[in-house]
Design a protein around this ligand. Structure first.
Ligand code: ADP
Ligand code: MG
Length: 218
């Protein structure tokens, strides 16, 4: 195994993330209650329950197909800002990893460099849709440093790159505490949004920690 995000690893990523979302539902909800309408945990929980059901229906043909299904399910099943944002991100990652039309016989892009490029497409989709920049106190504050760290470590392989991305995402999420929100519901609070973790940045840290766990070589 060369550390490529093959179909079993892609599935492990999504299943590990679904487990983490369920385990952290109350924490995400409490964070969101402080600077939003308090449904981030329950929204994501419902979305990933639906993703697990969708994955159970048909065996995934490829990482691209699996991640695209994940994204489409999140878009259709999660309310609030994060459903469309995470959904678009997973769809973009899935499309980037897919072969043209998933043609039989054509080889999908593999390896850490391909995954780095796909994750960058995921971030671009979030930013296209939501318009947030780093420093706006959103999931971008965890996602952008994670993509940078993954790319910087990609030469060391997928497992090392994913671990670097997870560490950077968590650090980015923690660094949202002093920020004033400029996007999403939290921005309605103005300066009162400072002093709290951004819930979406914390769920993005869970996303990259799940990827690191799925790609770990042991
Ligand atoms: P809502 O607050 O609309 O109920 P969710 O609970 O689904 O939304 O998600 C809230 C999270 O979504 C925030 O913590 C933030 O990280 C993220 N978010 C909100 N708006 C944006 C945006 N425009 N761009 C990127 N992320 C955003
Ligand atoms: Mg909401």
């Amino acid at each position: 195994m060369d550390g490529t995000l093959d179909t079993p690893r892609a599935e492990a990523w999504i299943r590990t993330l679904a487990t983490a979302v369920a385990a952290h539902e109350a924490e995400l909800t409490a964070l969101h209650a402080a600077i939003g309408d308090g449904d981030h945990g329950s929204n994501l929980r419902r979305g990933f329950d639906a993703v697990l059901a969708a994955l159970g229906d048909v065996p995934a043909a490829s990482p691209g197909a699996l991640l695209t299904t994940t994204g489409s399910t999140l878009i259709s099943r999660v309310g609030g800002a994060s459903g469309p944002l995470y959904g678009s991100a997973f769809r973009a990652v899935g499309h980037a990893l897919a072969t043209p039309d998933e043609e039989p016989g054509s080889r999908p892009p593999t390896g850490a460099q391909a995954l780095a490029a796909a994750l960058a497409e995921g971030l671009a989709a979030v930013q296209r849709l939501g318009g947030a920049q780093p420093g706006d106190k959103t999931m971008v504050d965890a996602f952008a440093p994670a993509v940078d760290a993954f790319r910087a470590a990609a030469g060391s392989g997928t497992a090392a790159a994913a671990q670097a991305a997870a560490t950077a995402a968590r650090k980015g999420a923690d660094a949202t505490v002093p920020l004033v929100a400029r996007k999403g519901r939290a921005s309605y609070l103005g300066p009162r949004s400072a002093g709290h973790l951004d819930p979406g940045a914390v769920s993005t840290a869970l996303l990259f920690e799940a990827l690191a766990e799925a790609c770990r070589e042991d």
